[in-house]
Design a protein around this ligand. Structure first.
Ligand code: SAM
Length: 237
């Protein structure tokens, strides 16, 4: 799986790429992540990437020329050109279904915005898939891009130590429910016991208990997943 990340702040990714699962996946050649600085595609001597919005108003808008040229050059560097994703609060909201679709692609090109976002002609020319990580606004697309990468690599073969860990995750294909309650040692903690069935060694009974636990949690916390016309529970419920 190859990711190309186009950003004005590539250094934000340094810590993220050098830790844990992702570091191992890169070392083992399962995942490749190339960072590209959009500023390298400017032509003026001040390397200017943004300007004031036409029509007035606060903030700065990212100019179209360096972005379009950067995307075209990066996509031409290797075949296939990959699915271009523009991170934007106005895009399609990321969920596990979309993550599964993205994980089926061999290459994703992630375009991170800053300031007030991109000049509209970036989308008009490049026709990216615009993806939002939720109905809120963050300062830049870098954290959103990391979030996409993190969710997608969980589904990349070989990245998780145990392939089953991804299969039972909340929202996964064939599940679409929240994962069941999990316990580990000690068997008793502050008067709370691990359910006997999980210690029984009876795999059939454990599977039934987990199914029930998964259903109850989903009903309680996210009834909208069972019945799409209902509202998600509020956090204090
Ligand atoms: N003015 C823009 C608007 O209201 O739609 C928000 C710009 S935001 C401060 C700067 C950049 O952060 C965006 O171009 C985008 O790349 C990223 N960003 C902010 N919120 C996001 C979200 N919910 N999902 C994905 N990217 C987001």
């Amino acid at each position: 799986m190859r990711f190309d990340v186009l950003t004005l702040f590539p250094e934000i990714f340094t810590g993220y790429l050098s830790q844990s699962l992702l570091k191992l996946a890169i070392e083992r050649g399962l995942v490749r992540i190339d960072l590209h600085n959009i500023r390298d595609w400017t032509h003026d001597k001040h390397h200017c990437v943004d300007d004031r919005p036409f029509g007035g108003g606060p903030g700065m808008v990212i100019k179209p020329e360096p972005v379009v040229e950067c995307v075209e050059a990066v996509q031409a560097q290797a075949s296939p050109p990959g699915q271009l994703i523009l991170l934007s609060p106005q895009g399609r909201t990321l969920d596990q279904r979309l993550v599964e679709q993205l994980a089926a692609q061999p290459r994703l090109v992630l375009l991170c915005g800053r300031y007030e976002g991109f000049d509209q002609r970036v989308s008009d020319i490049l026709n990216p898939l615009e993806v939002s990580i939720g109905d809120f606004v963050i300062n830049g697309g870098e954290v959103a891009a990391m979030l996409v990468i993190d969710a997608v690599i969980r589904l990349t073969p070989g990245v998780l130590g145990d392939e089953d860990s991804g299969r039972y995750d909340s929202f996964s294909t064939g599940n679409r429910l929240l994962e069941f309650a999990q316990y580990t040692r000690p068997r008793a903690y502050r008067g709370l016991q691990v359910p006997d069935v999980l210690l029984s060694g009876d795999h059939g009974a454990i599977a039934r208990w987990r199914e029930q636990s998964s259903l109850e949690r989903t009903q309680q916390r996210r009834p909208d997943l069972l019945n799409p016309s209902s509202e998600p529970s509020s956090p204090d419920k």
